[in-house]
Design a protein around this ligand. Structure first.
Ligand code: G6P
Length: 613
């Protein structure tokens, strides 16, 4: 939520900042702004997308080799030009960008008003920059010291970058609970919310830790201190991010590209981890803390959004294959009750970004209670990856479309591997079934490819038939119940059609009242178990004249004959079905959103990385 970028070096800063903001736009697109320094600080900011900022700044004084930029997801104050970042201190000396929430801003603002400060915006960020200015003035502090003292009095979350007009050879950055990474180039530094704006310039980065303050100096070095004034040695890491992975590569939208990347990303997730011919499976993270995982009393899976849906499928997988009891929790709920968690529990956090505030907080709580914390994360070096005891990356590459697709199938692939591995090692599945699942898992990328090739025209046609609906119902049983939830979420997120996912049998307890000839009902009916039951559910929808769109396995005739439209997926073992059945639903939502003229990659009000509560 909110993307921030900073540059200091020999190049012109403005193009780097704008390019960086475009890469970070998935984090928020309510407004965008930059500040460039060339003797003085020039701030340009605009409500709307980065393109609106570019149009606004055209022809203006944008030269300079140092600057900062921000793309906003509004928390305090409406999305408008005044609330857009950067924000400037009262005396005009300091300019600051911020991602996060300063929770005690109202108290600070009261005190500052008494000192004569006046505020233009409704933001907590403007209060922060005035507060830093006040401390700097009062004790005549260098900027980095004023930032440090200010942050020691602030409650909340922040990633910030500050320019001091009167000390212009440096940028000062700090973080707590919002991500920040520093790129180290030749005589230049980059600061950003994630590595995507940095990777094309340098692969050498330092991920800042919570409560650390970094100072990058023109022609100098990077220095890091904690808020408690302790000097830290920067830990430099090499990125492995390819530029192509961050481009649309000929697709109209990132989401479409990411849907079509899934045969590759699922294969990448498995690479080096399984070999069906030799009959082995290795999940590095599990092996590093094997005993605690094997002896766990239960797994608790904590996640948000699409990752929570993957967690629900994890529950089915671990319980069926490895016979380990599982609870799946919304991270935001887990953290605010008083959960019973102890050292015999394993808490698995699922997160594409690795930065979701609620998931992080839930993990911190679990850690404090002695549980083993395991992270299943996409973004390398992210906060969850660093704060967990062990974990596994899903290796899906940068996911930029706000609606998650390839990260979801990556999470499912990883969970499937873990469950198969644990099931076999714990003796809860026989070797023959274990080998069959391994082989089938290796076949999944090819099956997704076939499915995309065969079904895309049919999906586009169905999208055209139902695109004007106001509501939609998604039904599934067993492994396909979470897929119904995910299908409904995808439709809501990007096409703004109200949709609900339900366990098929639960339909009779309420949603059935809504079904009439205007209601598309998407039934995911690829199950082998409970097949007859789902046939009955489809009959019930048909009797109420609902428009039935069924997802079935190839060769199915019974449900096909009851349906208005049918999409076939290749057959596979039931625990692996979600890896296939979700794909047509992703594509269906995409096509419907496109036909409704929606911005697929940047749906209204959403952001990809939710770093505030
Ligand atoms: C936001 C995104 C979703 C994502 C969720 C959890 O709501 O729009 O796509 O599933 O956050 O994010 P995470 O990065 O933790 O998976």
């Amino acid at each position: 939520m909110c993307g921030i970028i900073g540059y200091i070096g020999k190049k012109q800063a403005y193009p780097i900042l704008i390019n960086g903001l475009k890469r970070l736009e998935y984090r928020g697109y309510d407004s965008a702004g930059v500040a460039v320094f060339n003797g003085d600080v020039h701030v340009y900011k605009r409500k709307g997308k980065v393109q609106d900022l570019i149009d606004f700044a055209k022809g203006k004084n944008i030269r300079g080799t140092m600057g900062i930029g921000h793309t906003r997801w509004a928390t305090h104050g409406k999305p408008d030009d005044v609330n857009a970042h950067p924000h400037t201190s009262g005396n005009g000396r300091l300019t600051l960008i911020h991602n996060g929430i300063i929770e005690n801003y109202a108290l600070l603002q009261e005190a500052l008003k008494k000192e004569g400060h006046t505020f233009e915006s409704e933001t907590d960020t403007e209060v922060l920059v005035h507060f830093i200015e006040e401390l700097q003035k009062r004790d005549n502090l260098p900027i980095e010291e004023a930032v440090r003292v200010a942050l020691s009095k602030v409650v909340g979350a922040y990633a910030i970058v500050v320019i001091d007009r009167d000390d212009p050879g440096k940028l000062v950055a700090a973080r707590k609970a919002s991500p920040l990474v520093i790129g180290i180039g030749e005589d230049e530094f980059f600061i950003a919310s994630d590595p995507t704006p940095i990777a094309e310039f340098t692969q050498k980065v330092v991920f800042l830790n919570d409560e650390e303050i970094a100072v990058v100096t023109r022609g100098g070095d990077l220095q890091i201190k904690t808020i408690d004034n302790e000097i830290q040695t920067p830990f430099i890491q090499e990125l492995d991010v390819k530029i192509e992975a961050m481009e649309k590569g000929g697709y109209e939208y990132f989401m479409l590209k990411e849907i079509y990347e899934q045969p590759k990303t699922v294969a990448d997730c498995m690479r080096g981890r399984i070999n069906a011919t030799e009959g082995w499976i290795k999940v590095g993270g599990v092996d590093t803390c094997k005993d605690r995982i094997f002896d766990a009393n239960r797994f608790i899976i904590a996640a948000c959004g699409t990752s929570w849906h993957a967690g629900l499928i994890g529950e089915y997988l671990f319980e069926e294959l490895a016979r380990i009891p599982v609870e799946v929790e919304y991270a935001s709920e887990l953290r605010y009750r008083n959960p019973i968690i102890n050292e015999k529990d394993v808490v698995i956090a699922l997160s594409q970004s690795g930065e979701t505030a609620d998931t992080l907080a839930a993990l911190e709580l679990a850690k404090a209670k002695g549980a083993l914390c395991y992270g299943i994360v996409n973004n390398v070096g992210s906060s969850i990856a660093r704060m967990t005891h062990a974990g596994s990356y899903i290796h899906a590459g940068p996911e930029i479309g706000v609606a998650s697709t390839k990260a979801f199938t990556g999470q499912l692939t990883l969970l499937s591997m873990m469950a198969i591995h644990l099931g076999y090692e714990r003796g809860t599945i026989p070797r023959s079934y274990y080998l069959q699942l391994l082989e089938e898992l290796e076949n999944i990328p090819g099956k997704i490819e076939t499915l995309l090739e065969k079904a895309s025209d049919q999906i586009e046609y169905i999208a055209g038939e139902i695109k004007d609906a106001s509501n939609a119902l998604y039904l599934g049983r067993g492994y396909n119940f979470p897929i119904a939830l995910e299908g409904a979420l995808k439709l809501k997120e990007i096409s703004y059609i109200h949709a609900e996912g339900y366990p098929a049998a639960e339909m009779k307890h309420g949603p059935i009242a809504l079904i009439d000839e205007n209601m598309p009902v998407i039934v995911i009916a690829t199950n082998k178990s409970a097949y007859e039951k789902i046939v009955s559910n489809v009959q019930e929808v048909k009797a109420r004249k609902g428009k039935i769109i069924s997802i079935v396995k190839e060769g199915d005739t019974v449900i096909r004959n009851l349906s208005d439209y049918t999409i076939e997926i290749p057959d596979t073992d039931e625990p692996l079905t979600p890896l296939l059945s979700v794909v047509p639903l992703q594509l269906l939502s995409y096509q419907i959103a496109l036909m409704r003229g929606c911005n697929v990659d940047q749906p209204r009000n959403l952001a990809k990385s939710v770093t505030v509560e």
